[in-house]
Structures are given as C-alpha cells and as structure tokens.
Design a protein around this ligand. Structure first.
Ligand code: BGC
Length: 427
C-alpha cells in the first residue's frame, strides 16, 4: 500500500477569502446572507474570523509542515466603492503575505474567487462587457501592491461553477436562471482571464521579474453516460461536458473560441497559462440534462461520488490541449465527522503517483472548515476543525495524516495501517 512522491512534487492547502475571513464588506455573499439564502442561516460575516486570526492560522500551517498555500484576496474589502481603495486592507494582505513568506510558505494568489463587491454586482457584474475593465483594474492594483512578493497567480476561480450556480441554477447571487446569461458570463470571464494573463506578465516584467506564473483554476469533473450502450446518455454526457467545462477550458487556455462561447475580436489565439490548474472533486453520471450520481458508488456527506481515477482522466484531457506542468489547485471532500478523509487523500494522491503526467503540486481543499457558500458552516471540508462558536482550531486526524505524508513524502505501510485501512466511505 506504500507510495512515494517523485521529486518536484509538493503538497499544500487552499482557501478563499470569503470562506474564511468573516466581515461585513459589502459583497454579494454578505448580501445573499441578508436575503436569507444560506441553507443553515450561517453568516459569511462570521466564517472563521481569519481576517483577525491570520497570524495564528499561518503559524498552525507552518507547524503542520505545510509549505504551499493557495489563498485569495477580497475585492470588496480592497475596493469598497467604485474607484476607492482601502489602503488599510491593502496593507493588511501585504502583512499576511510577508508573514507567510517568513514562515517559508510559498504563495499562490487567487484574484477572484466567486465574490463581487456590491457596487460591481449592481452594474451587472460579469454579465456586461463594459464592466470587465473593473476586474482588470483590480488585477493591476493587486500586482502593483503584491507583485514583488508573489510570483504565482490564479486570475479567476472556476468560471463555469460561478456562471452556472449564479446565472443558470440561480442558487448563488444574483440568483438568475438564464442559460444565455451563464454563457455570456463564461465568455466575458475568458476575456478577463486572457487579458489578466497578459497584464500580470507585462506588469511583473516591467518590475524586473522573470518568474511569473499565471493560470485560472479550472473546475473539471468526469461526465460519464449512465448506460454507455445508450446513445442518448452518451450524447448528453458529451454535450454537458462541452457546455459546462469543455468550451471554457479550451478558450481560456488557447484563446480559440468554441461554441457556445462568444467570439471576441480582442482575443487572439495564443497560450494563456503557465501551469494547468485543476480543481477536481467528482464525477457526474449522465442520463439526460441534469446532474446524476452513480448508484452504489462511494459518496461524501454532500452525496458527491468519490472517484479518484477521474482526477487523471480530467488532467489528461487538459494536458492534451496544452502541455504544461499541472497543479491540482483543489481536491478534498465534505466529511463532517472526519471519518473517511484520510482514505480520500490517500486514494487521490496514489493515482497521482501512478501517473506519468507532470503533476507537480497538490493543494488540499481546504486548510480549515469554513463558510461553504450556500451550505454555510454545515459542510466541513477542512484538515483543521473549526468550532464556529469559539473559533477554536483543532487539527483533525486527517490533518495529522497530511503532515505525516509531507514529512515522509509519501505514504508508508505503517501510515496506511494507522490512518487509512479502517476508514470507509458512505455508499
Ligand atoms: C470551490 C470552493 C468550494 C469547494 C467545495 C470549489 O468548487 O472553488 O470554493 O468550497 O469547491 O465545494
């Protein structure tokens, strides 16, 4: 049951500003909470209070031997009003980034992770092409402020998840239900990514840096026909794959437009990522135009299928489009009692070590339990348990296991027996 990582493979953890920081900062998730839309009524203004506890969190991370951290900045906090910059917030993140570096933790910075300031949202946000310069202004501000500290960036997190949840399913703010709008948002986000890619490179080049790395975090899942012999299931699986992730992946990486996304004359074919960033969680089993889950398959506490091989199937497809080093920028599971997370981590890392793909990083989602969007505080994905009343952090057994894996650069038989062997998934 043993495996060892290759050289050039590192483990880290990921988070997102809105999910951990807390605070009433005038963003669309603060607003969504006030509209009563969070299933368990928990408040993102509460979250893990990381905005105040950041030093403690960085210290815990270092103590857990974690050396790579993907984190985000909150646009609404830095730009509370149109054209206004909160210099204290800018300085706050700078302190945090410097502190992480001092602790030997290398940073991958996400510029946009689902959340918009309300002033941007009220103008129509990413649905309107004339608004995109606001996002690009923010990118420029981030590079000006942190370009000397951070060399690796994620321009946008999961444009497909953002667009579909917010504009197709209507479950996330602003709660619209229009496929056309969802595709318009995806199209606009591809423009944002490609322009941000160029901008970050040129700004850091002008600052004298040659080590810039930029990508977008691509949420991908496997779409398999429920019955592979059924042509309708197969057609739907292919179509859903294209609509949800195929088109947006290709356009963002190559600038070559693909149906159903809209062509844009400002974007030309090129290569728009320095590493492939994959967020992988699950597989969808398709028998029509909706989400389905394979029966009798292992599942997490949100009912998502646990399917480790899918990570490689997705990675292979993308690598085929553009050969770049691959970072798994998110992978993790909702396991509220931490009874199968060790097995989950073990199985996903194992398939990675068995693959020939150049996967060089793995960021576990996530460091500590946090505000899981519409699920609120009820869906726990963390390696570290958070008591949401006292904000006390306690390293979970899976967190302990993660540290041991980092120390040993793999999993030994002893570790397997101690942490994984007895764990079982839900079915
Ligand atoms: C998102 C995270 C989220 C995680 C688990 C990803 O799609 O980027 O923000 O918490 O999934 O649902």
């Amino acid at each position: 049951m043993e495996f060892k990582f290759r050289d050039q493979f590192s483990l880290g953890v990921a988070s997102a500003a809105t999910q951990i920081e807390g605070g009433e900062c005038g963003h669309n998730w603060n607003d969504w909470y006030h509209k009563g839309k969070i299933k368990d009524h928990s408040n993102p203004a509460h979250a893990t209070d990381h905005y105040n506890l950041w030093e403690q969190d960085a210290e815990l991370m270092a103590k857990m031997k974690i050396r790579y951290y993907r984190l985000g900045v909150e646009w609404a906090r830095i730009c509370p009003k149109e054209g206004e910059v909160d210099v204290a917030a800018v300085a706050h993140y700078r302190d945090e980034l410097n502190f992480l570096e001092e602790k030997g933790i290398s940073i991958l910075l996400t510029i946009h992770h689902f959340t918009n300031p309300m002033w941007f949202e009220q103008k129509g946000g990413f649905t309107k092409k004339e608004n995109l310069h606001y996002y690009l202004d923010f990118v420029a501000l981030i590079i000006e402020a942190y370009g000397d500290v951070v060399s690796e960036y994620i321009t946008i997190n999961e444009p497909n998840v953002y667009a579909t949840n917010s504009f197709y399913f209507g479950e996330w703010p602003p709660g619209e239900k229009s496929a056309l709008k969802a595709f318009a948002v995806m199209s606009n986000m591809t423009i944002c990514h490609i322009k941000a890619y160029r901008l970050i490179h040129s700004m850091r080049r002008n600052m004298g840096f040659q080590d810039t790395k930029v990508s977008f975090a691509n949420h991908v899942r496997v779409f398999d026909a429920k019955n592979p012999k059924n042509p309708w299931h197969r057609i739907c699986a292919k179509l859903l794959e294209r609509l949800f992730q195929g088109a947006v992946t290709e356009v963002m990486l190559t600038g070559k437009f693909k149906w159903p996304l809209r062509r844009d004359k400002e974007i030309s074919p090129g290569e728009y990522c320095d590493f492939i960033a994959i967020n992988y969680y699950t597989r969808t089993t398709v028998s029509g135009f909706g989400d389905g889950t394979k029966q009798d398959a292992p599942k997490n506490d949100l009912g998502w299928e646990i399917y480790p091989e899918g990570l490689l199937r997705c990675a292979e497809k993308i690598y085929h489009i553009l050969e770049r080093p691959i970072y798994i920028t998110e992978n993790g599971t909702c396991d509220n009692r931490d009874t199968f997370r060790c097995r989950y981590i073990f199985e996903h890392l194992k398939v990675i070590t068995e693959s020939d793909l150049p996967i060089t990083r793995y960021y576990h989602w996530c460091f500590c339990d946090n505000f899981e969007w519409i699920e609120g505080e009820s869906a726990r994905f963390g390696l570290v348990h958070v008591n949401f009343t006292t904000e006390e952090r306690t390293v979970k057994r899976s967190g302990e296991f993660y540290t041991r894996i980092i120390e040993q650069q793999g999993v030994t038989n002893d570790l397997y027996e101690q942490y994984v062997e007895s764990q079982k998934y839900n079915v």
